[in-house]
Design a protein around this ligand. Structure first.
Ligand code: CTP
Ligand code: MG
Length: 230
C-alpha cells in the first residue's frame, strides 16, 4: 500500500475527565477509537493503519481493531504511545511500512471525521507533493490579551484557519522533520513539518471533524449522531 494512517489514541483525556483514556470512551455505543477506525477502513482502497495506544490499553485497542476490521488485521498494527502527542506520532512513524509514500496523522479524538476528508487529504498530498491539512475559517473575532485579560490587539481572522486532522505528508519529509524535531513539543504535525522547511497547504475541513476535548464536545458529538434530544 502507498498510504499509511497513524491514529494517535494514547492521550489520557485530562480535559474530558472520564474514567478511561479518551479514545476508549463510549460515544453512543462505540468508542471514539472505533468510530475513527470505521471512517478510515471505508476508504475505497487499502491503507496501512497504525493505532498508537496508551501502554495499558494496547490489548483493548487490538480488540477494537479486530471488531472493526476482521480479516484486515495484517494492515493494522497497534503500538504504545508516549508522554506527549509528539512522542506518540513518532512511535507510530517508526512502524510505517517501507513502501509507504504518504502518511496521514489523525487524532482518534476527531471521531466523527468523514471518510472523504481522509481521501481528500491523501489525494492532495499526492497531487501537490506538499503537506496538506484540512482547515476551517475562523468565525469569531480574535483578541490578543495580557495575563489579566486586558486587550493588547486583534488578529485578522481572514488570514487565520483552524487546523484539523488528518494531516497528510510525503513520508520521507515527515520522517526527516520528526528526526530533526527531537523532543521539541509542537501541537500538531504541520508545525513539525513546517519547522523543518516543509511546504504546507490547506484544503477545506469539515465541521464534524471537530476534536472531542471536553464533556461539552462529547455531548455535541452525541447530538450530531442524533443520540440526545435537545
Ligand atoms: N495523544 C497521544 N499521545 C499523547 C497525547 C495525546 O496519542 N501523549 C492523542 C490523543 O489520544 C488524541 C490526540 O492526540 O487523540 C489529540 O490530543 P488531545 O485532544 O489533547 O487528547 P489528550 O491529550 O488525551 O487530552 P488532554 O490534553 O485533555 O489530556
Ligand atoms: Mg492533550
Amino acid at each position: 500500500v502507498s498510504t499509511a494512517v497513524i491514529v494517535v489514541a494514547a492521550g489520557s483525556g485530562t480535559r474530558l475527565g472520564a474514567a478511561l483514556p479518551k479514545a476508549f470512551v463510549d460515544l453512543a455505543g462505540q468508542t471514539l477509537l472505533e468510530r475513527s477506525l470505521r471512517s478510515i477502513i471505508l476508504l475505497p482502497y487499502p491503507v496501512q493503519v497504525v493505532v498508537v495506544a496508551p501502554a495499558d490499553f494496547v490489548q483493548d485497542a487490538q480488540a477494537i481493531v479486530h471488531k472493526v476490521a476482521p480479516g484486515l488485521e495484517s494492515l493494522v498494527s497497534v503500538v504504545t504511545g508516549g508522554a506527549t502527542r509528539h512522542d506518540s506520532v513518532a512511535a507510530g512513524l517508526a512502524v510505517v511500512d517501507a513502501g509507504v509514500q504518504v502518511v496521514l496523522v489523525h487524532d482518534a479524538a476527531r471521531a466523527l471525521t468523514p471518510t472523504s476528508v481522509f481521501a481528500d487529504v491523501d489525494m492532495a498530498v499526492q497531487a501537490t507533493g506538499a503537506g496538506v491539512i484540512p482547515a476551517l475559517p475562523v468565525v469569531d473575532s480574535l483578541k490578543q490579551v495580557d495575563v489579566t485579560g486586558g486587550i493588547l490587539g486583534i488578529a485578522d481572522r481572514e488570514q487565520l484557519r483552524i487546523a484539523q486532522t488528518p494531516q497528510g505528508f510525503p513520508r520521507a519529509e515527515l520522517d526527516a522533520a520528526y528526526a530533526a524535531a527531537g523532543s521539541a513539543d509542537f501541537t500538531d504535525d504541520a508545525s513539525v513539518f513546517a519547522a523543518n522547511g516543509g511546504v504546507m497547504t490547506t484544503i477545506p475541513g469539515d465541521e464534524v471533524a471537530f476534536k472531542i476535548t471536553t464533556a461539552w464536545d462529547l455531548n455535541r458529538a452525541h447530538q450530531v449522531l442524533g443520540g440526545i434530544p435537545d
